[in-house]
Write a new protein. Sequence first.
Length: 103
Amino acid sequence: MAVQHQDERLLEVERAIAPPPPMYRVLLLNDDFTPMDFVVRVLEHFFHKSREQATVIMLKVHNEGVGLCGVFPRDVAETKVNQVVDFAREHQHPLQCVMEEDR
Protein backbone atom coordinates (compact mmCIF):
# COMPACT_ATOMS: atom_id res chain seq x y z
CA MET A 1 0.00 0.00 0.00
CA ALA A 2 1.34 3.39 -0.93
CA VAL A 3 0.83 6.41 1.31
CA GLN A 4 1.06 9.93 -0.07
CA HIS A 5 1.16 13.24 1.81
CA GLN A 6 -1.04 15.98 0.42
CA ASP A 7 -1.94 19.10 2.37
CA GLU A 8 -1.25 17.34 5.66
CA ARG A 9 -3.79 14.62 4.88
CA LEU A 10 -2.91 11.03 4.25
CA LEU A 11 -4.19 9.40 1.12
CA GLU A 12 -4.03 5.67 0.88
CA VAL A 13 -3.84 4.13 -2.54
CA GLU A 14 -5.20 0.63 -2.82
CA ARG A 15 -3.86 -1.54 -5.57
CA ALA A 16 -6.31 -3.94 -7.09
CA ILE A 17 -4.81 -7.24 -8.05
CA ALA A 18 -6.40 -8.67 -11.16
CA PRO A 19 -6.88 -12.40 -11.27
CA PRO A 20 -4.78 -14.23 -13.84
CA PRO A 21 -6.42 -14.57 -17.24
CA PRO A 22 -8.11 -17.88 -18.05
CA MET A 23 -5.83 -20.28 -19.85
CA TYR A 24 -6.71 -22.44 -22.86
CA ARG A 25 -5.46 -25.85 -23.91
CA VAL A 26 -4.49 -26.19 -27.58
CA LEU A 27 -5.15 -29.70 -28.88
CA LEU A 28 -4.46 -31.59 -32.09
CA LEU A 29 -7.08 -34.09 -33.23
CA ASN A 30 -6.37 -37.33 -35.03
CA ASP A 31 -7.48 -37.99 -38.60
CA ASP A 32 -6.76 -40.79 -41.04
CA PHE A 33 -5.06 -38.66 -43.67
CA THR A 34 -2.50 -36.23 -42.20
CA PRO A 35 0.99 -37.81 -42.27
CA MET A 36 2.69 -38.31 -38.92
CA ASP A 37 5.80 -36.43 -40.03
CA PHE A 38 3.64 -33.40 -40.88
CA VAL A 39 2.20 -33.42 -37.35
CA VAL A 40 5.72 -33.55 -35.91
CA ARG A 41 6.70 -30.63 -38.14
CA VAL A 42 3.70 -28.60 -36.91
CA LEU A 43 4.58 -29.29 -33.27
CA GLU A 44 8.21 -28.30 -33.80
CA HIS A 45 7.42 -25.14 -35.76
CA PHE A 46 4.36 -23.67 -34.03
CA PHE A 47 4.82 -25.02 -30.49
CA HIS A 48 8.63 -25.07 -30.34
CA LYS A 49 8.77 -28.72 -29.31
CA SER A 50 11.93 -30.77 -29.69
CA ARG A 51 11.82 -33.67 -32.15
CA GLU A 52 11.41 -36.08 -29.21
CA GLN A 53 8.62 -34.08 -27.57
CA ALA A 54 6.83 -33.65 -30.91
CA THR A 55 7.05 -37.38 -31.61
CA VAL A 56 5.57 -38.24 -28.20
CA ILE A 57 2.65 -35.83 -28.75
CA MET A 58 2.12 -37.06 -32.32
CA LEU A 59 1.92 -40.67 -31.08
CA LYS A 60 -0.57 -39.63 -28.42
CA VAL A 61 -2.71 -37.98 -31.12
CA HIS A 62 -2.41 -41.10 -33.28
CA ASN A 63 -3.16 -43.61 -30.51
CA GLU A 64 -5.60 -41.70 -28.30
CA GLY A 65 -7.22 -39.34 -30.80
CA VAL A 66 -6.05 -36.11 -29.19
CA GLY A 67 -2.81 -34.57 -27.98
CA LEU A 68 -2.01 -31.50 -25.89
CA CYS A 69 0.25 -28.97 -27.61
CA GLY A 70 0.33 -26.43 -24.80
CA VAL A 71 -1.65 -24.13 -22.49
CA PHE A 72 -1.83 -20.43 -23.35
CA PRO A 73 -3.82 -17.24 -22.73
CA ARG A 74 -6.86 -16.99 -25.00
CA ASP A 75 -5.36 -14.69 -27.67
CA VAL A 76 -2.21 -16.79 -27.99
CA ALA A 77 -4.23 -20.02 -28.14
CA GLU A 78 -6.53 -18.59 -30.85
CA THR A 79 -3.54 -17.45 -32.89
CA LYS A 80 -1.85 -20.86 -32.67
CA VAL A 81 -5.05 -22.69 -33.65
CA ASN A 82 -5.50 -20.42 -36.68
CA GLN A 83 -1.85 -20.75 -37.72
CA VAL A 84 -1.95 -24.56 -37.53
CA VAL A 85 -5.25 -24.88 -39.41
CA ASP A 86 -4.10 -22.44 -42.12
CA PHE A 87 -0.75 -24.22 -42.48
CA ALA A 88 -2.47 -27.61 -42.74
CA ARG A 89 -4.89 -26.32 -45.41
CA GLU A 90 -2.00 -24.79 -47.38
CA HIS A 91 -0.44 -28.26 -47.46
CA GLN A 92 -3.78 -29.93 -48.23
CA HIS A 93 -4.06 -31.81 -44.93
CA PRO A 94 -7.26 -32.06 -42.87
CA LEU A 95 -5.42 -31.70 -39.53
CA GLN A 96 -7.67 -30.16 -36.88
CA CYS A 97 -6.41 -27.97 -34.07
CA VAL A 98 -8.81 -26.78 -31.37
CA MET A 99 -8.75 -24.98 -28.05
CA GLU A 100 -10.67 -25.46 -24.84
CA GLU A 101 -10.61 -23.67 -21.52
CA ASP A 102 -8.16 -25.19 -19.08
CA ARG A 103 -9.90 -26.29 -15.88
